[in-house]
Write a protein that binds this ligand. Structure first.
Ligand code: NI
Length: 225
């Protein structure tokens, strides 16, 4: 399942994120790529250890982690630390699959889902689309600033070459409490059903209670402990 979440960042948050990004130091993105991906990765990654970097990371991470639709779709157990990357003319990231695990020790995350949070206005750069191989064909995304594309980490994907301007994004990975993608999709459908039924039924109605019970019990069946 691949979904685009609109407006994960408000206009104010986008402006603040860009302002902070302007104050960051950047280094070659190949330093954080796996051995295969290194050969096709041509971008720059922000140093997020500076004070502007920490502020930016906190701003973005909070917005992503509290997003209700992302929670329902991903059933997150853990998030990897975010990375912020920029890609200028001639840059891109050829077809690759993300590493199965990110980080070390307690911070090690199995990558079930990947996301890209777009920070630049799509009219300001040419190229730079995120293209993800899906069973239904290639899905090509270049959404508005503040939008997030969530897709399975199991897929081959690429960032098409940037022709002009600058692509600015945050990327991250999620370890889901529900490892099986098909099970996650069923839970996502039920969570969406719960949200729409909540408009017509009280939380204590038999319909809502039964749905809540079913969602909980499926999580018990399918969730990792
Ligand atoms: Ni990737």
């Amino acid at each position: 399942m691949l979904i685009t979440l609109s407006g994960v960042l408000s206009a104010d948050q986008i402006a603040e994120a860009r302002r902070l990004a302007g104050a960051l130091d950047w280094r070659d993105g190949t330093e954080t790529a796996g051995p295969t991906a290194r050969q096709v990765k041509r971008n720059e990654q922000a140093d997020l250890t500076s004070s502007a970097g920490l502020k930016l990371k906190q701003l973005l991470q909070e917005a992503v982690e509290k997003h209700p639709v992302l929670k329902a779709a991903a059933q997150p157990r853990r998030f990897s630390p975010l990375m912020v990357s920029r890609t200028g003319p001639g840059g891109g990231y050829g077809r690759h699959v993300d590493n199965a695990f990110m980080g070390h020790g307690d911070r090690r995350v199995r990558t079930d889902l990947s996301f890209t949070l777009f920070l630049a206005d799509p009219a300001t750069y040419e190229g730079g689309e995120l293209a993800v191989d899906t069973a239904a064909g290639e899905h090509v995304a270049k959404p508005a600033a503040g939008d997030l594309v969530l897709y399975p980490s199991t897929t081959l994907h690429e960032v098409r070459p940037v022709i002009s301007g600058e692509r600015l994004v945050a990327v991250g990975w999620i370890e889901s409490a529900v490892r099986d993608a098909a099970a996650r999709e069923i839970l996502f459908d039920l969570e969406n059903l719960r949200a729409s039924l909540a408009a017509q039924h009280s939380p204590q109605s038999p319909e809502m209670l039964t749905l809540a019970k079913s969602i909980s019990n499926l999580l018990r069946l399918w969730g990792d402990s």
